[in-house]
Write a protein that binds this ligand. Sequence first.
Ligand SMILES: [Zn+2]
Length: 169
Amino acid sequence: MAALVLEYYVLLRSVLHAKPHLRECLTRCRHCRIFFLTHPRNAGRCDLRCPFGCREAHRKQASAQRSAAYYGDAKGKRIKSKLNQRRPRQYCAPEPPSDRPCPPRRRRRRPRWNPQMVEYVRMVVSLIEGRRIRRDQVLRMLARKLRQHTMSRRRQIDQTVAWLQEQPP
Ligand SMILES: [Zn+2]
């Protein structure tokens, strides 16, 4: 994880070096203190949470608190009970025991990216390139990067295997 953050900071520094006007969009997460680029409309704010997990975690927590506050009092409990009763009950038949191994799951061909992360990448790339980048362009770019990354990992592993064959431990 530390190596990943270091790699990210090196990249962030080179971006700010190449695009000094983006410095005003640089801010720090109020929760984990990581630096990140924010939208120019939020420039100068230091009460933001990073898009790498803190924002989403806070959103979930706030929503859970709201829900607890709403359903917490007696009247809310009655509403919740009514809501639950209104929900259709589904009958789930117990699964028969099976000796057969599970069929191998087909691997999803397309990786599922976190939608918030995709939106953040889209915003940052738009800022860096100074033009509006579409979501599908980001998805194509991410797929390309993932392929390159997988290939270079494979090359590294191949090299290590070749090295071990030449010089067994
Ligand atoms: Zn954070």
